[in-house]
Design a binder for this molecule. Structure first.
Ligand SMILES: Cc1ncc(COP(=O)(O)O)c(C=O)c1O
Length: 386
């Protein structure tokens, strides 16, 4: 039965998987009065660090603030350069600008959409202080060559893993493969705390500094002062920020991190169904799966090939008319005015090609089989069989 003649469904691009348990989770924090930087934040940090296999977790208000904090604790500032892909949500590059450092965009690998290690090498100068690889759409970057470049040049790696909690690189969870890794818990990500982020690292000194800087640079935490049996007068030795996650958010995060393996299992199952069925449709290329990493499928990203009979905007419009939400694929940050004003024109041909021809289609843990069939049928009816 054609989608046009069957009952119209409305399939959103994504929907967070939140239930009764998450709704009840903040109760304890609220009743106790410890609504921020209390025991639930500490517990959530431990749970995420344990899950990814890192020594420390430092919770923040978002991935963006986490990236800024990670760069700040690494000592990055004016006069420094940080290499980042342009093919990412603009927040990755913005976090570099917040430190006063210069953004240096690198191109991507056409298959994985992640930063191309060869292009990183070409862009290193005496001023380069860090590389910010981005695990785009939930697929870990090829971290070994990136870490090797960083080591050779004595520079830092801050991995933007906003969509990648739960992905693996060569059997090691993302969060344990770089000096610092930063996750997002925005509702479009695999697990959510409403807004939120976390840095994971094995470096004791960096974690300690990040904890101080996220709370105005205060020398002692609220929790430590509260539990001390003596008066502690705090000090402010360097400029900090307010990037504190609340215990209300962390209580929700504790439920979500426990549910993460199951949420991932469901996502991967649904992505595999797309992987099986979508190659039968004309003009669609499914995501590439490299042998070294697993994908969280935070989003399902299609590439429209030259055989595609509709251009992307036309296809997105027709799908919207049928009730299927889509989004353009990942943006090219270097083409936005924020960056053209600052760094002028940069040529990144692989990024520019990918940003024009990619499209995200609905994928979320609570998506029903019927909804997924509806999306696949809508694509088939718009584009025809391969
Ligand atoms: C790659 C990447 N980095 C950073 C961010 C920013 O995350 P947040 O909204 O938690 O600040 C996002 C959000 O979409 C992202 O996809």
């Amino acid at each position: 039965m054609a989608v046009e003649t069957r009952k119209k469904m409305n399939v959103p691009i994504t929907k967070p998987s939140l239930g009764e348990e998450e709704a009840r989770a903040p109760y304890e924090s609220i009743k106790s009065g410890w609504v921020t930087q209390g025991p639930k934040v500490a517990e959530f940090e431990k749970a995420v660090a344990a899950y990814v296999g890192a020594k420390h977790g430092v919770a923040t208000t978002s991935c963006t603030t986490g990236l800024h904090l990670a760069l700040a604790t690494a000592g990055i500032g004016p006069g420094d350069e940080v290499i980042v892909p342009s093919f990412t949500f603009i927040a990755s590059a913005n976090a570099i600008l917040y430190t006063g450092a210069t953004v240096v965009f690198a191109d991507i690998d056409p298959r994985t959409y992640n930063i191309d290690p060869n292009d990183i090498e070409h862009r290193i100068t005496k001023k380069t202080k860090a590389i910010m690889p981005v695990d785009q759409i939930g697929l870990s970057c090829d971290m070994d060559p990136i870490n090797a470049i960083a080591q050779n040049h004595g520079i830092d790696v801050v991995e933007d893993a906003a969509p990648a909690i739960g992905s693996d690189y060569k059997g090691h969870r993302t969060g344990s493969n770089a000096h610092q890794t930063v996750f997002s818990f925005h509702p479009r990500k695999v697990i959510t705390t409403g807004e939120g982020g976390m840095i994971t690292t094995d470096d004791d000194a960096l974690a300690d500094r990040a904890r101080k800087l996220r709370a105005h640079g205060m020398s002692v935490s609220d929790l430590d002062r509260h539990t001390a049996d003596r008066v502690i007068i705090e000090q402010y030795n360097e400029l900090g920020f307010n990037y504190r996650m609340s215990d209300i958010q962390a209580s929700i995060g504790l439920v979500q991190i426990r549910r993460l393996p199951e949420l991932l299992r469901i996502r991967i199952e649904k992505a595999e169904r797309y992987n099986r069925e979508l190659p039968e449709i004309k003009g669609l290329e499914i995501p590439y799966a490299p042998p070294y990493a697993t994908h969280t499928y935070q989003s399902y990203c299609l590439r429209l090939t030259k055989d595609c009979t509709l251009d992307r905007e036309e296809l997105m419009t027709n799908l919207l008319r049928r009730g299927v939400a889509t989004r353009r694929g990942v943006m090219a940050s270097h083409l936005e005015k924020t960056y053209t004003d600052r760094i002028g024109t940069v040529s990144l041909p692989v990024t520019e090609e990918a940003t024009e021809h990619t499209m995200l289609i609905p994928l979320f843990a609570t998506m029903t089989d019927e909804e997924q069939t509806y999306v696949i049928d809508a694509l088939r009816e718009e584009l025809g069989s391969a």
